[in-house]
Ligand binder design. Structure first.
Ligand code: ARG
Length: 251
């Protein structure tokens, strides 16, 4: 067999060996494997060793609605969608903005909340896109914040951090002028830091969704149906109010 043909055959075999679990298979196994980051308060984070947050509670509510057990896996944010392609878990819930680039690699559920990227600074610091001119900004790597801050005309330097808490830490330590993150994550930090941080303008809006492996249409359909059910039953509103004092579903 010629070498090229062998390589192509190997790729095809590898491709077909990696099959996302269908909803039927998940249901039979009794367990839905869900991945998140575990470092994005108040959406998904660790309280001591306990994984918690709005998205963790929502994921558990969805699994309950499905009649299966949720089994959680944590991964660095920029690995999450890659692991989905390798079938290491069935579903990712980690505040991913539904972007056309990501939608080429994975399939997104209907949005589980609507939000945006907002500026946070120390008192007296930049509050608007115009204020970011010539300023240094911290963002988490692989995020829509990075993408959007890079588009701000005249922005000084953009520094990336492996997780959002580190980006916030750089702002607190005075190593950057601003931090751009989810508006609710920013609000949470502003509240926790009592006067040391202030939230500025929303830089952009986004719809955040859960992801399944590209082509896993049976699971996607099930997830969307269960999301609609927890939203109409009051479960979603209860969780959202608990974490944010408001209902953050897309209207
Ligand atoms: N919403 C942003 C994005 O789509 C950031 C998400 C960050 N999530 C996290 N778990 N750290 O890129």
């Amino acid at each position: 067999m010629n070498k090229l043909l062998l390589t192509v055959t190997t790729l095809v075999l590898l491709g077909s060996a990696a099959q996302a679990r269908t909803w039927d298979e998940i249901k039979k196994s009794g367990t839905l494997k869900i991945a998140t980051e575990g470092a994005f308060k108040p959406f998904n984070y660790l309280e001591g060793t306990k994984l918690t947050g709005f998205e963790v509670d929502l994921g558990n509510a969805l699994a309950k609605q499905m009649g299966v057990k949720a089994q959680w896996v944590t991964q660095p944010f920029d690995n999450l969608l890659i692991g989905l392609g390798q079938d290491r878990y069935d579903l990712v819930i980690a505040s991913h903005g539904i972007t056309p680039e990501r939608a080429k690699a994975v399939d997104f559920s209907n949005p589980h909340y609507c939000t945006g990227g907002a500026i946070v600074s120390r008192p007296g610091g930049p509050k608007s896109a115009a204020d970011l001119k010539g300023k240094s900004v911290a963002v988490q790597v692989g995020t829509s914040y990075l993408q959007n801050v890079n588009k701000v005309p005249g922005v000084g330097s953009v520094k990336t951090f492996p997780n959002d808490a580190a980006a916030q830490g750089a702002l607190m330590a005075g190593r950057v002028d601003a931090w751009v993150s989810d508006r609710f994550t920013g609000l949470d930090a502003v509240k926790a830091q009592k006067g040391k941080l202030v939230q500025g303008d929303l830089l952009f809006s986004e719809k955040n969704g859960m992801a399944v492996r590209k082509g896993n249409s049976t699971l996607l359909k099930e997830v969307n149906a269960d999301l609609a059910k927890v939203q109409s039953s009051g479960t979603y509103a209860k969780l959202s109010n608990q974490y944010f004092g408001q209902d953050i579903r897309c209207k």
